[in-house]
Design a protein around this ligand. Structure first.
Ligand code: GLU
Length: 436
């Protein structure tokens, strides 16, 4: 690949990056023109301008989206993110990924995603609640347990899900606990949902490590992102004997070759972070103040290139690209974030024999436990921790095995194999329904 084509292609948008993989897979499956057209574009793209009255009396308008990609296999399903990069293109790509993801883990949902283009760190708690309620008022006709069911994503929390459910039930004058997932336990949530994304990824990494007859004690892990998924993953790995050598958050990261104690770091973050400052106070970097030995600060970019065996990008997309992939030292990359590794980086890793477990498989634990929450909401049942853990493990390992089988049979990467499994399932249902 020439330098020019590499640098030009680095500027692919999130949706273009999604299409790069999708097109390969549709070609391999020899789909019809109509099937391809349906899989390329969302079924509905809803957009709104949310006007928020600020605490100082002024007003700010925020662009907001709900993009419903495909519902062949069941109601649309996907989180809502609050981020300044959450524009129509990004939300569309994330909605498409959700459609593939729910099919890879074979749960009865389609795919959608929502976003509000804002910097939540600049909002007060009151403003955050008002913005969340405004989002629901704008999109309520398109939501519901049987229609489209949101959940948390980047910068959105169980508390925000509770406000959203409350607003939805008010405006629609219904009782609909399954209209949103990722809610607090005290208001219709499921046990295990908060740690589900990490838990699902953990089961898959354990399986890989077992298959390759490796000893967790000899594996060094670097994790980018100490939010919901990253922090829980660090703790699961630490407890299972892995050495977590680096963690980071939006403020930067810390590195210790002898290993960090993620439980201590999380406690520290919780203690120093206030509710309103949930997003920025108590950065992992401040752990330095604890005067730990041999801990040094690293940037988020440096973290990706540290000496380690397993790299877990658990924050934002497009962080491993053609520009830095050569310098990544890990042998395994587990995508807990959505879209952290670009298609060019994927190609380089394939050449070097680095195993990349793609987002649509690695982080599907979150939506899987969302499915458990949705079904508990509809039946009124309450599952135990053991039940959630057992079912999650079963579903994740079934999905992993289907992807691995496909990768071996077709001699393709795990990402292409996961897309192939997902697309095949969606198309089979579209055909059965007479859509194509
Ligand atoms: N936001 C999560 C994801 O990207 C969870 C979605 C859900 O639970 O619906 O998979």
């Amino acid at each position: 690949m020439g330098v020019l084509s590499l640098s030009r292609r680095q500027f692919q948008s999130p949706y273009e990056r999604f299409c790069t993989v999708l097109e390969h897979v549709m070609e391999r499956l020899k789909l019809s023109t109509r099937e391809r057209a349906m899989l390329r574009e969302p079924q509905h793209e809803h957009a709104a301008e949310l006007s928020l009255q600020r605490d100082d009396g002024s007003a700010t308008v925020f662009p907001a989206y709900r993009i419903q990609f495909n519902n062949a296999r069941g109601p649309y399903k996907g989180g809502i993110r609050y981020h300044s990069a959450a524009d129509a293109d990004e939300v569309k790509a994330l909605a498409a990924l959700m459609a593939i993801k729910t099919a890879v883990v074979d749960i009865p949902f389609g795919g959608s995603k929502g976003g509000v283009q804002c910097d939540p760190k600049t909002l007060s708690r009151k403003e955050l609640q008002e913005l969340s309620r405004a989002y629901v008022r704008a999109f309520a006709p398109h939501l519901g347990a049987d229609i489209d069911c949101p959940a948390p994503d980047v910068n959105t929390t169980p508390e925000i899900m509770a406000w959203m459910r409350d607003e939805y039930e008010k405006v629609t004058r219904t009782y609909d606990p399954a209209m949103i997932t990722g809610k607090p336990l005290s208001y219709g949530g499921s046990r295990g949902r908060d740690t589900a994304t990490a838990r699902g990824g953990f089961f898959i990494l354990q399986e890989l490590v077992d298959r390759d007859a490796l000893d967790p004690k000899e594996l060094r892990v670097a994790i980018q992102g100490f939010g919901n998924a990253g922090a829980a993953m660090a703790i699961f790995l630490h407890q299972a004997g892995y050495t977590v050598v680096a963690v980071s958050d939006s403020q930067g990261g810390i590195y210790c070759p002898e290993g960090l104690d993620p439980i201590r770091i999380q406690k520290y973050k919780k203690k120093t972070g206030s509710v309103t400052g949930e997003y920025c106070k108590g950065s992992v970097c401040d752990i330095e103040k604890m005067k730990l030995d041999h801990v040094r600060r690293v940037t988020n970019a440096e973290l990706l290139e540290l000496p380690c065996d397993v790299l877990i990008p658990a924050a934002l997309d497009n962080v491993v690209t053609a520009e830095n992939a050569e310098r990544v030292q890990a042998r395994y990359i587990l995508e807990l974030a959505n879209g952290p590794v670009s298609p060019e980086a994927d190609a380089l890793f394939e050449e070097r024999g680095v195993t990349v477990v793609p987002d649509v498989l690695a982080n599907a634990g979150g939506v899987t436990v969302s499915y458990f929450e949705w079904s508990q909401g509809r039946s009124g049942e309450q599952w135990t921790d053991e039940q959630v853990d057992r079912e999650l493990k079963r579903i994740m390992l079934d999905a992993y095995k289907a992807v691995r089988r496909t990768a071996r049979r077709e001699k393709i990467s795990y990402r292409e194999a996961a897309f192939l499994v997902g697309v095949q399932r969606i198309v089979t249902t579209m055909r059965a329904r007479g859509w194509v």
